[in-house]
Design a protein around this ligand. Structure first.
Ligand code: CP
Ligand code: NVA
Length: 307
């Protein structure tokens, strides 16, 4: 059966933790897989990217494969060719597809018709590859995952949705502080509640950043205006600022040894202040590096040559 990586909900807690452990081995150099030897991986990007695009390209090369980068505006997709037709054609050329899309359903369609593994490089709903790298980072810094408290402050967006799913799968407690109308997707919250029942994870969604970060081990934020939401910029900034900014005052409510995470790119002075982003508690550069190791773990797991 072809296995896709569209959302962490498609993976068991054991599989997610196994991918984190593969990523640790890849990073330490004890795993030198060439799982993609002689394989071609296509990448369709409908939105800009620095970390995801480059870490995927380097990961594919280092795993022995060839990366075929496709700007969506250069594909016939941009002239109206249906996703399902593109999927069936690409699936006959390549061994896997990485895609960053506006509409999550387009990924579902790619997965349905391509006959080859499809990896979600970010959609409007989820950003699962990011969260795998985040778990690797948390494990490095805190030496464990289960039982910690992660507080996510800000927009209930794709990153927040995937954190919700991932944390509740593996037993990390998660508390989300978002303004009214910007809470995470309600269906995903329901999924997360079901996960939490099984894993024992505590899940809290509040409309106060201060309440969310109480005693948190990890304080996480992301942009207030995601790609595709630019038209709402003025209204969003008015709603989120100043109460949902991660700054030193807000951090005083977290555990004194809390780490600060951000998937990047960051908007200094909006969701996070310069001093916090560049400060001692920030782990954002290791977090960004870990994207590379996590991407490799995803390929190793999906292509069934895992360690
Ligand atoms: N965090 C992240 O996905 O960054 P890019 O948009 O640069 O890929
Ligand atoms: N929520 C952000 C994440 C960027 C990596 C966006 O979708 O633009």
């Amino acid at each position: 059966m072809v296995r896709h990586f569209l959302t962490l909900d498609d993976f068991s807690s054991e599989e997610i933790l196994k991918m984190v452990s593969i990523a640790e081995k890849v990073k330490s150099g004890s795993e030198k897989s060439r799982v993609l030897k002689d394989k071609n991986i296509a990448a369709i990007f409908e939105k800009p990217s620095t970390r995801t695009r480059v870490s995927f390209e380097v990961a594919v090369n280092q795993l022995g494969g060839n990366f075929v980068f496709l700007r969506s505006d250069e594909l016939q997709l941009s002239r109206g060719e249906p996703v399902k037709d593109t999927a069936r054609v690409l699936g006959r050329y390549v061994d896997g597809i990485v895609a960053r899309v506006f509409e999550h359903n387009d990924l579902v369609e790619l997965a349905k018709y391509s006959g080859t593994p499809v990896i979600n490089a970010l959609s409007n709903l989820y950003h699962p590859c990011q969260i795998l790298a985040d778990f690797l980072t948390i494990k490095e810094k805190k030496k464990k995952l289960k039982g910690l408290k992660l507080a996510y402050v800000g927009d209930g967006n794709n990153v927040c949705n995937s954190l919700l799913v991932g944390c509740t799968k593996i037993g990390l407690n998660i508390s989300i502080g978002s303004p009214k109308r910007y809470e995470p997707n309600s269906e995903i919250v329901e999924e997360a509640k079901n996960n939490a029942k099984k894993s024992g994870s505590e899940l809290k969604i509040v409309n106060s950043a201060k309440e969310a970060v109480q005693n948190a081990d990890i304080v996480y934020t992301d942009v207030f205006v995601s790609m595709g939401d630019e038209k709402e910029m003025a209204e969003r900034l008015k709603t989120f600022l100043p109460n949902f900014q991660v700054n030193t005052r807000l951090l005083e409510n977290a555990s004194p040894d809390a780490i600060v995470m951000h998937c990047l790119p960051a908007h200094r002075g909006q969701e996070i202040t310069e001093d916090v982003l560049e400060g001692k508690q920030s782990v954002v550069w290791d977090q960004a590096e870990n994207r590379l190791h996590a991407q490799k773990a995803i390929f190793i797991h999906l292509f069934y040559k895992s360690i």
